[in-house]
Design a binder for this molecule. Structure first.
Ligand code: ADP
Ligand code: MG
Length: 305
């Protein structure tokens, strides 16, 4: 999926040197399986094959990928459509997908032409059969906003099965922790200051047995006609989000939820997203760019101080 991972472990159940090779093999096996299921970059991944499947018949999906589709659609509903895995074709048009980068922004006609294939309601999931059917043949899905968090969950499951009680897993920036760090304290996870040209810490949160994910517009973006083009698409307009929100961080019980909700709240913005997160008692931190380059912060009540 074009990214890297980290596993750190401490204390309880930590592997002895002789176990390291098989541990690494198990971790990479779990990640390979997520990639083989959900990458939009591998032409033979299950997701890529589903995207090419156009004959209207139900597509048999592996249990893992089916689970992520179901969770993605659930978060789509809970976020009022802000999270929508069918934005894939728009992501591609703006140059953030597997298609080659284009110099010109998409035209109104191109965007209108895509409309019939956008909307997670165009996916029909059959849990009993383990199949997914497209209600429109051109539906193309993109799991990039949830698969890394899910990958962190799968790696955590591997470590749990091996009896490891103190670890931190990070997949492409999405983090999941269990137990304590080497000092016997909660893991300390830094949230970046959302600036493009530097790596600075905005603040540090202590975390126990939870997941944390950040989505932002300060790493993956380009400037066209003086406007910042972000890789987060607002499915309601079919265009990249255009507000002053620079990043959203979400803490949740698992990585897939944290990852997907960070993207959903990024679409909604600090006002609407903040209100929804507050109603759902979610821990979320919104960082916006104020005038004079200052970073403005808004945190929900559940976000650690
Ligand atoms: P990051 O890659 O910074 O962790 P995300 O988790 O938000 O960020 O994933 C961004 C990717 O999610 C985009 O590149 C695109 O493929 C996809 N995406 C963009 N907008 C949406 C959306 N509204 N709902 C679901 N997925 C989206
Ligand atoms: Mg995400």
């Amino acid at each position: 999926m074009g990214t890297a991972y980290t596993v750190k472990y401490a204390g309880r159940g930590r592997p002895v040197p002789g176990d390291l090779e098989s541990l690494q093999e198990a971790v990479e096996g779990a990640l390979r399986s997520v990639q083989q299921g959900m990458s939009v970059y591998l032409p033979d991944s299950e997701l890529s094959r589903f995207n090419r499947h156009e004959d209207g018949s139900p597509f048999p999906m592996s249990a893992e990928t089916f689970h992520v589709f179901r969770r993605a659609i659930q978060i789509g509903e809970e976020s009022g459509g802000a999270f929508d895995i069918t934005v894939g074709p728009i992501v591609n048009l703006y140059g953030f997908g597997p298609d080659p980068f284009r110099v010109n922004l998409p035209s109104e006609e191109e965007l209108v032409a895509l409309r019939p294939s956008i909307g997670y309601q165009k996916l029909e999931l059959d849990s009993a059969a383990g199949t997914i059917r497209k209600r429109h043949s051109k539906v193309r899905c993109d799991l990039s906003a949830i698969a890394k968090g899910y990958g962190a969950d799968r790696v955590a499951a591997v470590l749990d099965r091996r009896g490891m009680g103190d670890y931190m897993v990070e997949v492409g920036g999405e983090v999941r922790v269990r137990g304590c760090n080497l000092e016997g304290q909660p893991w300390r996870i830094a949230i970046e200051r959302p600036v493009a040209d530097d790596v600075e810490i905005h603040r540090v949160v202590p975390l126990i047995d939870q997941a944390i994910a950040t989505t932002g517009d300060y790493r993956v973006f380009y400037i066209r006609d003086g406007k910042r083009i972000s890789h987060t698409i607002d499915p309601r307009t079919g265009r990249p989000v255009g507000h002053s929100l620079a990043s959203v961080t979400v803490i949740a019980d698992d990585g897939e939820s944290a990852d997907a909700w960070a993207t959903a709240l990024m679409v909604l913005g600090a006002e609407e997203g903040g209100a929804l997160a507050e109603r759902r008692k979610m821990a979320a931190l919104f960082l916006s760019r104020g005038e004079d380059g200052r970073i403005l912060e808004r945190a929900t009540a559940a976000f650690p101080g």
